[in-house]
Write a protein that binds this ligand. Structure first.
Ligand SMILES: [Mg+2]
Length: 226
C-alpha cells in the first residue's frame, strides 16, 4: 500500500495567483477602505493560508487577532470562485493520475496543503477533482506547514484502516517547503516543476524524485510504486 499526499497550487492546479488576487481583494475591502492592496512581495509559495494572513497583517499594520484573521479569510473564500474562473486550470496528467489512483486498491490518496479546507474544496470542486480526496491536512490544522504531516498520516490511517510506514508515503508538491514537510515525517518526496520553481531549484533541496510535470503518467506510477 502506498499513500499519496498531494499539494494543490502548482501541483494539481495552475492557479496563476488566483488565491493571491482573492486575498488582495479581501484585504482591500475589509481593511484598506477599498484602496488597492499589493501582495506581490509576499513569499507565499508553499505557505499556509493562516501564515499568509499573519504576514499580510504585519505588512499593513493590522492587529493579528483571530477575529481579523477570520474576516480576511472569509472575504478571501467568498471572492475565490470568481478569480478561479479567470485564472485556474488543472495541470496536464493530473486528472488521469487521480482517477487511476482512485481505482487502485494499493493506493490511498489525500491532501497535504497550505489551503484552508474550504478553499481547497472550492478550488478542486471547480475542476471536479475534490471527490478524489476523502481526507486531508489543511491550514485549518496549523499555520505551520511542517506541522501538517502528522495530521495527514493520522487521517489516512483512520480512513483506510492501515497505518502507513513513512517510507510508503509520498509527499507530492511544487516547492522546497513541500519537500521539507515530507522530510520531517520521514516520508519520500516527489517534487514537480509545474509551479514557480525549476527542476534545478527543486533538486537543490534533495527530493527523492523530481519531475518536470505529470504529462507522462507512466513515469509517475513507476516512481510512486517503486
Ligand atoms: Mg504548491
Amino acid at each position: 500500500m502506498r499513500l499519496l499526499l498531494w499539494d494543490i497550487d502548482g501541483t494539481l492546479l495552475s492557479t496563476s495567483g488566483a488565491g493571491i488576487r482573492a486575498l488582495e481583494a479581501s484585504m482591500a475591502a475589509e481593511f484598506n477602505s477599498g484602496n488597492p492592496v499589493d501582495l506581490s512581495d509576499i513569499d507565499w509559495a508553499g505557505r499556509t493560508d493562516r501564515w499568509i494572513a499573519r504576514t499580510i497583517f504585519e505588512k499593513y499594520g493590522v492587529e493579528h487577532t483571530s477575529a481579523n484573521v477570520n474576516r480576511l479569510l472569509n472575504g478571501y473564500l467568498e471572492r475565490l470562485p470568481r478569480h478561479l474562473e479567470e485564472l485556474t486550470r488543472a495541470l496536464p496528467g493530473v486528472r488521469e493520475i487521480l482517477a487511476e489512483a482512485d481505482k487502485r486498491s494499493d493506493i490511498v490518496q489525500g491532501l497535504l496543503t497550505g489551503n484552508l479546507a474550504r478553499g481547497a474544496a472550492t478550488k478542486l470542486s471547480h475542476f471536479d477533482l475534490w471527490d478524489y480526496f476523502p481526507f486531508g491536512a489543511f491550514s485549518d490544522d496549523s499555520a505551520v506547514r511542517n506541522d501538517l504531516g502528522p495530521y495527514a498520516l493520522e487521517r489516512a490511517a483512520t480512513h483506510s484502516g492501515h497505518t502507513f510506514d513513512p517510507r510508503d508515503v509520498w509527499i507530492i508538491g511544487d516547492t522546497p517547503r513541500d519537500i521539507e514537510c515530507g522530510k520531517v515525517i520521514g516520508a519520500r518526496t516527489l517534487a514537480v516543476a509545474t509551479g514557480h520553481h525549476s527542476m534545478r531549484e527543486l533538486q537543490q533541496h534533495a527530493p527523492d524524485q523530481a519531475v518536470a510535470n505529470f504529462e507522462v503518467t507512466d513515469s509517475f506510477w513507476e516512481i510512486v510504486t517503486s
